[in-house]
Design a protein around this ligand. Structure first.
Ligand code: FES
Length: 143
């Protein structure tokens, strides 16, 4: 089978879909490869991600990876969430077909962009903490 059971489950029943009222950070990114879009909303209290929602105009693999990514970061500290890679999300889903790996980058980058937004709202320059977010696959996933 092309897609793992976990991918199919998160695609059919995505967790944490929607928006948050009064979010503490919002990130929107586009996938340079396909033009799809992802938006991530975070609630942050005491340095921890207490709630997260996402909306995407993206494919099934983007939905499944975002769903899994939101489950992974919920309850984590900002520092832990910043370390989440698309590779870890793909592993948690028992893999993706190589042609769909680029889709998983959207979730990782949307989370980083939302955290950068949180830092900015709090008067902190996010670049040294979050790094540059290019919107491009940086090569650790799809090549
Ligand atoms: Fe665009 Fe998957 S094809 S995110």
């Amino acid at each position: 089978m092309l897609y793992s059971e976990k991918v199919m489950d998160h695609f059919a029943n995505p967790r944490n879909v929607g928006e948050l009222e009064n979010p503490d950070g919002v990130g929107e990114v586009g996938n340079a490869k396909c033009g799809d879009i992802m938006k991530m909303f975070l609630k942050i209290e005491g340095g921890k991600i207490t709630d997260v929602r996402f909306k995407t105009f993206g494919c099934g693999a983007a939905i499944a990876t975002s769903s899994m990514a939101t489950e992974l970061i919920k309850g984590q500290t900002i520092e832990e969430a910043l370390k989440l890679t698309n590779k870890a999300v793909v592993e948690a889903l028992d893999g993706l077909p190589p042609a769909k790996l680029h889709c998983s980058v959207l979730a990782e980058q949307a989370i980083k962009t939302a955290l950068a937004d949180y830092y900015r709202r709090n008067g902190v320059d996010p670049t040294p903490l979050v790094g540059e977010i290019s919107g491009e696959c940086d090569g650790h996933c799809c090549h």
